[in-house]
Write a protein that binds this ligand. Structure first.
Ligand code: GN1
Ligand code: MG
Length: 352
């Protein structure tokens, strides 16, 4: 499509030797606005990914960008051989663009010859993606002080997420309560277990590490020929927490070949061989830094993070989809139901 004047203006601030000739919406996540840009450069066409950080979700987008810049700089020094999304600076060498309304824009070279999966198809993919997240955490375990900004305080605070759901049911969703009675009962009956990770993290029984915080399958780019993971992406949420936030996110997003908004819950099946592949890959990637307590809680973390995400989708459904983008009515409710179904399957597996 013809780039809009806004995209032209933003794109022209970045240090690219070429002319912007095409822009397409890029549907790569539920949060930020992304565009695939094509520039005509002296040595041919080049593609870039332009993103506007969602200022509603991230109230301090400059802090998000400061974190992203620190991480990418650190990785470029520590592991220059690693394929990674490096920020293209602006012409004035600032690492990102801030527009007149305070929105932050960033530009990455498009990772040609890679693909992102919305769902896992086989054990190899699960293992290599989990390895990539483990390796990422291991690499960042040496990130020097100061700590990264906490851009979304309480992001994986499961008990606080449950409180927010209960509040939403009181304030905003009375007319919807009948529709979600079973889901609310499921959440309430597992409230205690759901708080395990936060409790152990707060008491120091689980170590605090630098973690990705959004370790889902679509946040790893794969080589479509070899199937191997090439690059971990989406650094907005990287911060300090337990590795089990990532491990739990991997289990819930890679333990099944189901779509995230599947309406037929009969298709939501937890595949134990995918779970074993995730475990192998993650432990290989993260290496010796993993403690016994972390290892013990690995299986339960999948249940907790699936339940937590279900709670977040359900809360957003009640609040009129103000957080997660939707393309159809009821999509966040369907997403919530899938997560609760996965949570049930992951709990059974953890207890078996
Ligand atoms: C969001 O934007 P995206 O798709 O990378 C969300 C994650 C959820 C995920 C579920 C900042 O990630 O926490 O697990 O959707 N990111 C944020 O698909 O809330
Ligand atoms: Mg994200």
């Amino acid at each position: 499509m013809q780039p809009t004047p806004e995209l032209h203006s933003v794109a022209s601030s970045f240090l690219v030797d070429g002319e912007l000739v095409d822009a397409e919406n890029w549907f790569g996540g539920h949060i930020n606005d992304s565009f695939l840009l094509k520039f005509l450069c002296p040595d041919g066409e080049k593609r870039f990914l332009l993103q506007r950080v969602n200022g509603h979700v991230f109230p301090e987008p400059t802090k998000v960008m400061e974190n992203v810049q620190r991480i990418t700089e650190f990785v470029s020094v520590r592991a220059p051989e690693l394929a990674f999304l490096y920020l293209v600076p602006q012409r004035n060498l600032d690492p990102w663009h801030e527009d007149s309304s305070g929105d932050c824009w960033r530009l990455y070279p498009f990772m040609e010859e890679t693909t992102a999966l919305l769902k896992v198809e086989n054990e190899y993919q699960a293992r290599t993606a989990a390895f990539a997240f483990g390796h990422f955490s291991r690499l960042l375990s040496n990130l020097p002080d100061p700590p990264l900004h906490d851009v979304l305080p309480g992001f994986h605070d499961t008990p606080a997420r449950i409180c927010a759901l209960m509040k939403a049911t009181e304030v905003e969703g009375k007319h919807l309560l009948q529709e979600i009675g079973d889901e609310l009962e499921f959440v309430q009956s597992h409230e205690d277990t759901a708080g395990t990770l936060m409790e152990l993290l707060k008491s120091g029984q689980l170590p605090t590490r630098v973690v990705h915080n959004d370790a889902k399958i679509s946040n790893v780019l794969l080589d479509p020929k070899s199937g191997e993971a090439v690059c971990v992406v989406d650094l907005d949420t990287v911060g300090h927490g337990t590795s089990l936030f990532d491990y739990g996110d991997m289990l819930r997003s890679m333990c099944s070949s189901t779509k995230e908004d599947e309406q037929d819950l009969g298709k939501v099946v937890v595949d134990s061989s995918l779970c074993s592949a995730i475990k192998k890959g993650y432990l290989e990637g993260v290496g010796s830094i993993f403690s016994e307590t972390e290892k013990e809680l690995m299986p339960l973390s999948g249940f907790i993070i699936a339940l937590e995400l279900g709670v977040r989708f359900l809360t957003d459904h009640l609040k009129g989809n103000e957080y997660f983008k939707v393309t159809r009515p009821g999509q966040n409710l369907d997403r919530a139901r899938v997560q609760f179904e996965l949570a049930k399957g992951l709990k059974e597996l953890a207890e078996s």
